[in-house]
Design a protein around this ligand. Structure first.
Ligand code: IDP
Ligand code: MG
Length: 148
């Protein structure tokens, strides 16, 4: 069963969209196995976005991610990584289709509300950055046989 790291970035918290966005992942059928509010340190933000080091938007991105609270979640389910990416939409909110989180709630490229791991391998690494193993709770969801 795949796991993925989802972040509701500081703009989602500031704009009071946390409940709305978590609800979309829940309703899709994903299982919540980790959840917390974190004010990311510069060190955590650098590790999380290491792949973007050197890009023109890198410094601004780190400032954004460390600017306020982020909701960090681990979601689990069949094909959780691509399923969550599909719910999120494209990186640029202005180009992201209606019906997606980014398409429905934003126009910005940087302030695009959510992060979702882009591969199962990266999900394992990212979950390790944001969560201690004991912070994750595995359980059987009662409707699992219906949701898949
Ligand atoms: P993703 O979040 O859709 O996977 P990435 O290309 O991995 O997008 O970029 C990571 C994050 O960096 C984006 O979610 C967004 O917040 C920010 N970002 C990406 N491209 C730009 C840009 O061109 N300008 C400003 N911020 C950007
Ligand atoms: Mg990415």
């Amino acid at each position: 069963m795949q796991q993925t790291l989802i972040l509701l970035k500081p703009d989602a918290v500031q704009r009071r969209l946390v409940g709305e966005v978590i609800g979309r992942f829940e309703k899709k059928g994903l299982r919540l196995v980790g959840l917390k509010l974190v004010k990311a340190s510069r060190d955590l933000a650098e590790k999380h976005y290491a792949v973007h080091k050197g890009k023109p938007f890198y410094e601004s991105l780190l400032t954004f991610l460390t600017s306020g609270p982020t909701v960090a979640m681990v979601l689990e389910g069949r094909e959780a990584v691509p399923a969550c990416r599909a719910l999120m939409g494209l990186t640029d909110g202005a180009k992201s289709p209606p019906g997606t989180i980014r398409g429905d709630f934003g126009l910005s490229v940087q302030n695009n509300l959510v992060h979702g791991s882009d591969s199962p391998e990266n999900a394992i690494i990212e979950i390790g950055l944001w969560f201690k193993p004991e912070e994750l709770v595995s359980f059987t969801q009662t409707d699992a046989t219906w949701v898949g």
